[in-house]
Design a binder for this molecule. Structure first.
Ligand SMILES: Cc1c2[nH]c(c1CCC(=O)O)Cc1[nH]c(c(CCC(=O)O)c1C)Cc1[nH]c(c(CCC(=O)O)c1C)Cc1[nH]c(c(C)c1CCC(=O)O)C2
Length: 354
């Protein structure tokens, strides 16, 4: 199926939403907006329903996932929902001993550094993540014409958590493995690509109308290392879901030097952090791709005037793009004022009505 044909099972009104049109680089009624990490974080209604429930457990309760995913759509009127989960959920689902520590992030009990460790990573089946299928079924009903974005962590970023054992500033163990045992590294990334592909397929088959592959920490690499040691695995994931015809978004932080390669890996939409202006990002990515981004999430802590000025700068720089999805340059910061996000959605919509 070509990328411009409606995937079977998708409702025409979802297919015709501003978000999916922008992903396909078609004319839009207004610039679509959604925010990475819009679900969860600062919303009081989120904190209320999560009370006393550990993060990973909350990801396995379909009704709770549905409610949390819908909260930012109701409140901010964003143009797309992102499925409430975490990039380590599929790893947990295949039996990796890990937890998400509040304020820290994912922590892995026994890091993966040897061939024997790698053998512990088995394939993922749809039954392992039955709750995703169930929640997405409910969500697509509730969302109507609003598209649902599925997501997964990219092989490098997942490997970083597995090899380091938790969040890392310098990724030293990860790079030690990548440079010191290239065959084991390639096999690890290939295995993660298979798990990630299987996980994205479950989400698309359950109704996700787009998918985002988060390679959050890949900006730690130089382009030559990315091309040699990471791109083949990310490309394998994009290839694995290509036939579904849903837009594939690719995003990482600090990836200014990698934008072209991340597009080449097989993305339809390239996410841009706030360090590179959108027009320059378009030049680096080249024709034939939509772009997503890129207001600095910290700007939302400034005055209303400053937010509007910085937003106008993003929109102006993006005015000649083939397709633009407005987003932050990284996830919503935990103490962001929810009203600032609601105002931002309104502002972008009003400024870009066509
Ligand atoms: C690197 C990464 C992770 N998880 C994710 C990424 C890629 C995006 C990015 O670059 O930010 C992706 C993610 N994590 C979460 C979502 C939900 C959907 C959304 O709103 O975007 C998504 C898309 C929920 C979450 N994931 C996490 C929380 C907080 C957990 C809690 O409430 O205890 C939520 C709501 C935990 C988590 N999980 C992870 C981190 C770094 C943290 C943060 C720790 C913290 O800020 O407290 C790993």
């Amino acid at each position: 199926m070509s990328a411009n044909e409606r995937p079977s099972g998708q409702q025409p009104k979802t297919y015709d939403s501003a978000f999916l049109k922008a992903c396909r680089r078609e004319p839009v009624p207004h610039t679509p907006v959604w925010f990475m990490r819009q679900a969860g974080r600062s919303l009081p209604e989120y904190l209320k329903v999560r009370e006393g429930i550990p993060m990973l457990e909350s990801c396995m309760r379909p009704e709770l996932v549905t409610e949390i995913t819908l909260q930012p759509v109701r409140r901010h009127k964003v143009d797309a929902a992102i499925y409430f989960s975490d990039i380590v959920v599929p790893l947990k689902a295949i039996g990796v001993d890990l937890d998400i520590k509040p304020g820290v992030g994912p922590v892995v009990a026994d890091p993966i550094r040897t061939r024997a460790d790698l053998d512990r990573l088995r394939d993922l089946t749809p039954e392992d993540v039955w709750y995703v299928t169930e929640a997405m079924g409910m969500l697509t009903q509730e969302l109507g014409s609003t598209p649902l974005i599925g997501f997964a962590g990219a092989p490098f970023t997942l490997a970083s958590y597995l090899v380091e054992g938790g969040p890392s500033r310098n990724h030293e163990h990860t790079k030690a493995l990548m440079y010191g045992d290239p065959q084991l590294w390639a096999d690890l990334l290939d295995r993660l690509a298979e798990i990630t592909s299987a996980f994205l397929k479950v989400q698309i088959e359950a109704g996700a109308s787009a998918v985002q592959l988060f390679d959050s920490w890949v900006g730690a690499l130089a382009p030559a290392d990315y091309r040699r040691s990471v791109m083949p695995a990310s490309a394998k994931v994009f290839d694995a879901v290509a036939s579904y015809g849903v837009p594939r978004i690719h995003f990482g932080v600090g990836t200014g030097e990698l934008l072209g390669l991340m597009g080449e890996a097989g993305a339809d939409v390239v996410g841009v952090d706030w360090r590179v202006p959108m027009d320059e990002a378009a030049r680096r990515v080249g024709p034939g791709k939509a772009l997503q981004g890129n207001l600095d999430p910290a700007v939302l802590f400034s005055t209303r005037e400053a937010v509007e000025t910085k937003t106008r700068e993003v929109l102006d720089a993006a005015s000649d793009l083939e397709g633009h999805i407005f987003n932050l340059g990284h996830g919503v910061l935990p103490t962001t004022d929810p009203d600032a996000l609601t105002r931002l959605v309104e502002f972008v919509h009003e400024r870009t009505v066509r």
